[in-house]
Write a protein that binds this ligand. Structure first.
Ligand code: NAD
Ligand code: IPM
Ligand code: MN
Length: 357
């Protein structure tokens, strides 16, 4: 098949890890007889440096015209001034909104070879397999915000807003995902305090009762969920939650497989191109050192093949190759737990070598 792919390397380790994922995709294309074209565009801090806008119009146009998008990460200390006119992260939020990517799938899958890379005990994490569905284009990230007053009397606000259709569509998607897995869905909110969470809980309960009586459904408050995740992660199948809770809980959940550098994600809407990225950021502390773990981005490329291009065997091949790399004991520093490690390029090459085994 022919596919037109847009790469958004971004900042920090973004270009390093996207380069490896691209090589993996090129190798898959050769082996399976596909023609993938790649066009790189700017987003984030680099786009601010080159034109003042974290999401230039030509990047939006290229993304819209593509079959799928692979993003590295945006942001870094260079653009962190709290009084700056714009920020790299604004570009990422805008592309998600522009493309209507309301559903962020974040699978927390444990590679059995990595059980000892986790700071948590083997008996707690072994067998963990959770799919998070994070609502991505609403909630507090996109609510009304601003500042009032000045000097010592100045205040700032950012409101959390959810509408009924926004909750319905993400809960439906999560329930359908649960039907294709273990048939269990947990909705996470803060309904004991927040009004939008109370709306979320009512809407979710109605959708589940009316449309998905076959799915075992429960609700958990977000503070308790933060604890359950590291105490009894095996008890969860699909978890659906709002934008900010999903952001925080999935970084926490990355400690189950052992590193942020292992977790991919897919951001999907109603048709149109999907956007695929690791859940981690630009890792300024290790950028330019050639030691970042490219596996999250390589696994995001596998999700791209699976969800946007329907290339199941190809996606399986990448995931199996990552499993073989880990089984062979190859580790980047983040998952090496003090033993020998290899760099970003060597890890990418190791995956490619094992693609056709
Ligand atoms: P981060 O995810 O960049 O890094 C957190 C820690 O995890 C760091 O110690 C980092 O070295 C490590 N890490 C992350 N990815 C790794 C990888 N692939 N291999 C090895 N180690 C890895 O979070 P942060 O430091 O809080 O944020 C840095 C910048 O990234 C901020 O500007 C933030 O806004 C941005 N950010 C962007 C995205 C995105 O583009 N989707 C996501 C999160 C954060
Ligand atoms: C993520 C990031 C982003 C988010 C930031 C960089 C806007 O943390 O993709 O998880 O909060 O959604
Ligand atoms: Mn995040």
């Amino acid at each position: 098949m022919k596919a037109n792919l847009v790469l958004l390397p971004g900042d920090g380790i973004g270009p390093e890890i996207v380069a490896q994922a691209r090589l993996v995709l090129e190798s898959v294309a050769t082996q399976f007889g596909h023609e993938f074209s790649f066009a790189s565009h700017q987003i984030g801090g680099i786009a601010i440096d080159n034109g003042g806008d974290p999401l230039p119009q030509e990047t939006i146009d290229a993304c819209r015209a593509s079959d799928a998008i692979l993003l590295g990460a945006v942001g870094g200390p260079k653009w962190d001034d709290p009084s700056a006119k714009t920020r790299p992260e604004a570009g990422l939020l805008k592309i998600r909104k522009e493309l209507g990517l309301f559903a962020n799938l974040r699978p927390i899958k444990l590679f059995k070879e990595l059980v000892d890379a986790s700071p948590l005990k083997r008996e707690i994490i072994e067998g963990t397999d959770i799919l998070f569905l994070r609502e991505l284009t609403g909630g507090i990230y996109f609510g009304p915000s601003g500042r009032e007053g000045s000097g010592a009397t100045e205040s700032a606000f950012q409101s959390m807003v959810y509408s009924v259709p926004e909750v319905e569509r993400i809960v439906r998607l999560a329930a359908k995902a649960a039907q294709g897995r273990d048939g269990r869905l947990t909705s996470v909110d803060k309904a004991n305090v927040l009004e939008p969470s109370r709306l979320w809980r009512q809407v979710a309960a109605r959708v589940m009762a009316e449309e998905f009586p076959d799915v075992k459904y429960d609700v958990v408050l977000v503070d308790a969920m933060a604890m359950h995740l590291i105490n009894r992660p095996k008890d969860f199948d699909v978890v659906v939650t709002g934008n900010m809770f999903g952001d925080i809980l999935t970084d926490e959940a990355s400690m189950l497989p052992g590193s942020l550098g292992m977790l991919p994600s897919a951001s999907l809407g109603d048709g149109g191109p999907g956007l695929y990225e690791p859940i981690h950021g630009s890792a300024p502390d290790i950028a330019g050192k050639g030691i970042a773990n490219p596996l999250a981005t390589i696994l995001a490329a596998a999700m791209l093949l699976r969800h946007s291009l329907n290339l199941t065997a190809e996606a399986d091949a990448i995931e199996a190759a990552v499993g073989r790399v880990l089984a062979d004991g190859l580790r980047t520093a983040d998952i090496a737990r003090g033993s020998d490690s290899i760099g970003t390029e060597a890890m990418g090459a190791a995956v490619i070598q094992r693609l056709s085994v």
